[in-house]
Design a protein around this ligand. Structure first.
Ligand SMILES: [Zn+2]
Length: 712
């Protein structure tokens, strides 16, 4: 019998239901890099805001340099903006036309390549639908303004050339009522107060060039928490009510910058680093020097175990190099920003929480990609077919690309890999880049031509699927390991060339050997004197892969006890297939109770849960008190599935005693499965409790409906 890893069983059954959602991404329109006839140099933006009227007016003084010799007509992107006049550098009016998407300025004379052209566009706007948002005061946030210029929405609040390959410096001179504070990119030059009008004017200056999608503005009655890394100002802009939680939530920001400074070999490039909360964001937007974060980043201390934003914070910090300092040239190259950001949040997790948490975070990224590959589509990572840039911000760009970078690191080796990153950042600082620039950087630094690697993982879709088996022969003292690549290669998915580490453990010794997979089917021979206790394919877990590896009970039990966290978790899931076998069950019970890593305990609990034996109820009850909330959630869910009325009082007690919102929510669902109408008042009361993402309320509502359905 061939078995897939447990996660895949889930994925495959999920794919059956989601078949209808599969997308043919190759039907999307072909997109190419935009052509332009000037290079924008500087935008000096001065705006006055009226938050009551959701209105702003002002100007953008544009300095640019033509990229042609007969430059007279200048086209700028501008939507939802009312342009009132355009003035040349001597304040003479210039003719202009405006359509829905652009303003076309007649510069009244021609300019040649390399000359400097300056003119000013005066404009106003009322409550735009994109780019810049006015928000009214409500229980979650104060009255405020925030922007999301990503991916091409800066021109909804600034007339400009709005494509990432044009890098430009800018000033933002913003006048607001004096009760508000203003954050923007770069360095705060001055704050001038006008007593008569009760206004303040904030002058921010971004003195190093960046792309327009990174332009930002946040206006509100913010509390500003000041922190630093050496001479670098680090600030956290939050709502008054959030100050105390923000202090511990953002506390590690300077350490993250410090860590990245060291591993990238490039000192943080900008004048400051601010983080600001907004109701307009789900995750984060890595505006240069000032990241906008969803206000969900703020939560109480007990939510941290289930709803931590530390990885998002680390991801956005890393973008200050990967995205802001060097920037994708077009939206087909999203991985140049997001895969690096995602790989860096893994690196931070590993640095801050240790090897095991790091390994598990990376496994999570692999599975996230595989889910998309199975249920939606497979596409090359660099992909020029999309309706809008958002289409490419998917699980190919974020997690798959991060896993590909991890494999690149494996092939190059740690030192050459990080040397390459350093070289790449220095060589292309303040530039727009594409994958070929990275391929050249790899050659520059390591001397290695790895074009084949990029070809199979970046420019082609898919991933390898391995079928692995081995035989050991006592007489010849040889182990033969057979590796077959079983992926369907009909749709452009290649047969992969990759190194892989094979680990073989016997009672006498342990060997680890790197071999190269190059063919669809290969057999590797190893001299092994005694019967192997464990044969490990892809030791250290470098590869992005699916695989089947049919192992006997003895080997799985050994692996469950002795392998790394990824191997132990995998063995736990595999052991579920051995059903009633007492050795398998005892092995799983032992790991459920005693393993040092939560995911192994959780997988062991889940493997036992699949057997649904009444004799394990007490074990699951005990695991409802595991120190890790994710193990508790798994145990509570399994117990709920017994649908035993006598467990209800246990769940009520757990609800009262557990400090995890997710575990509490699971106890409510368990009550829904096991309970009767007498629980309704308890559930209704629970539904009133506040929790992140309303998990408690949603679980209570689910349970109430479940009991209602059962009573019908
Ligand atoms: Zn990102």
């Amino acid at each position: 019998m061939k078995k897939l890893i447990s996660i895949l069983v889930i994925l495959l059954s999920l794919s059956f239901f989601l078949e209808a959602q599969k997308i043919d991404v190759y039907q999307r329109p072909l997109q190419t890099e935009r052509s332009r006839d000037f290079d924008a140099k500087h935008y000096r933006i001065a705006l006055t805001f009226d938050l009551d009227k959701k209105y702003f007016e002002g100007e953008n003084q544009i300095t640019l340099s033509p990229l042609r010799d007969d430059f007279r007509e200048c086209r700028l992107d501008a939507e939802e903006l009312v342009v009132t006049s355009v003035l040349d550098s001597k304040n003479n009016p210039l003719k202009f036309k405006q359509d829905e998407k652009q303003i076309i300025v007649d510069l009244s004379q021609t300019y040649a390549y390399g000359e400097t052209v300056t003119f000013t566009v005066k404009y106003n706007a009322t409550d735009p639908k994109a780019g810049l948002f006015f928000d009214e005061e409500n229980p979650s946030n104060p009255r405020m303004v925030s922007t999301i210029s990503w991916p091409d929405n800066a021109h909804h609040w600034i007339p400009c050339y709005d494509f990432p390959h044009d890098k430009v410096t800018n000033e933002m001179i913003i006048t607001v009522k004096d009760k508000y504070k203003v954050l923007s990119n770069g360095r705060l030059v001055s704050v001038k107060e006008e007593k008569k009008t009760r206004t303040k004017t904030y002058h921010w200056s971004q003195e190093l060039p960046h792309s327009t999608y990174l332009f930002m503005l946040a206006i509100g009655p913010y509390a500003v928490i000041e922190d630093s890394l050496g001479s670098l100002p680090v600030t956290y802009w939050v709502y008054e009510k959030d100050v105390e939680d923000a202090k511990w939530i953002f506390k590690k920001t300077p350490a993250m910058i410090d860590y990245y400074n060291k591993i990238f070999g490039y000192e943080y490039p900008w004048a400051q680093y601010a983080q600001v909360t907004s109701p307009r964001m789900g995750g984060g937007a890595e505006n240069t020097t000032a990241t906008l974060l969803g206000q969900g980043v703020i939560h109480d201390k007990r939510a941290e175990q289930d709803f931590s934003w530390q990885r998002v914070i680390a991801h956005e910090v890393a973008h200050q190099w990967w995205g802001d300092l060097i920037t994708l040239r077009t939206w087909s190259e999203t991985w140049m920003n997001e895969s690096f950001g995602t790989y860096c949040d893994y690196l931070w997790t590993q640095h801050d929480n240790g090897e095991d948490e790091g390994a598990y975070a990376l496994l999570g990224k692999k599975n996230q990609y595989l889910r998309e590959a199975h249920t939606r589509y497979m596409r090359p990572i660099v992909f020029d077919r999309y309706n809008r840039p958002h289409d490419n911000f998917d699980s190919h760009t974020y997690p798959k690309g991060a896993c590909v970078l991890h494999m690149l690191r494996f092939i190059l080796g740690d030192k050459p890999f990080f040397r390459t990153l350093k070289h790449f950042l220095h060589k292309h600082e303040f530039q727009a880049v594409d994958t070929h620039d990275l391929m050249i950087a790899v050659k520059d630094v390591s001397g290695q031509n790895l074009d084949w690697f990029f070809e199979q993982y970046i420019f082609k879709p898919g991933h390898p699927v391995f079928d692995i088996s081995y035989t050991w022969d006592r007489d010849s003292q040889k182990l033969l390991l057979k590796v077959i690549q079983t992926q369907d290669t009909s749709q452009g998915i290649p047969v992969y060339t990759m190194p892989v580490i094979i680990g073989i453990t016997t009672a006498e010794k342990k060997i680890s050997e790197k071999v190269w997979i190059k063919q669809k089917e290969q057999v590797f021979e190893f001299p092994v004197k005694t019967k192997p206790l464990l044969v490990r394919f892809d030791e250290e877990n470098y590869l992005l892969k699916e695989w089947t590896f049919d192992k006997n009970l003895d080997e799985l039990l050994y692996q469950l006890q002795n392998d790394d966290v990824i191997g132990r978790s995998w063995a736990a899931s595999e052991l579920a297939e051995f059903g009633d076998d007492s050795r398998a069950i005892n092995g799983l019970i032992d790991r459920a109770l005693n393993d040092g890593f939560w995911a192994v305990r959780r997988n062991s609990v889940e493997a036992l849960g699949r057997l649904k034996k009444r004799k394990h109820i007490d074990l699951f009850k005990e695991k409802c008190k595991d120190p890790n909330s994710s193990v508790r959630v798994a145990a509570i869910e399994i117990l709920g599935d017994y649908e035993e009325a006598e467990l209800v009082s246990f769940f009520v007690k757990r609800f009262k005693e557990d400090d995890s919102y997710l575990a509490q929510a699971e106890t409510l669902r368990a009550i829904g499965k096991c309970g009767d109408r007498s629980q309704l008042s308890f559930l209704k009361e629970a539904a009133q409790m506040k929790s992140p993402r309303n998990v408690i309320q949603r679980a209570a509502d689910w349970a109430i409906e479940k009991i209602g359905d059962a009573a019908r």
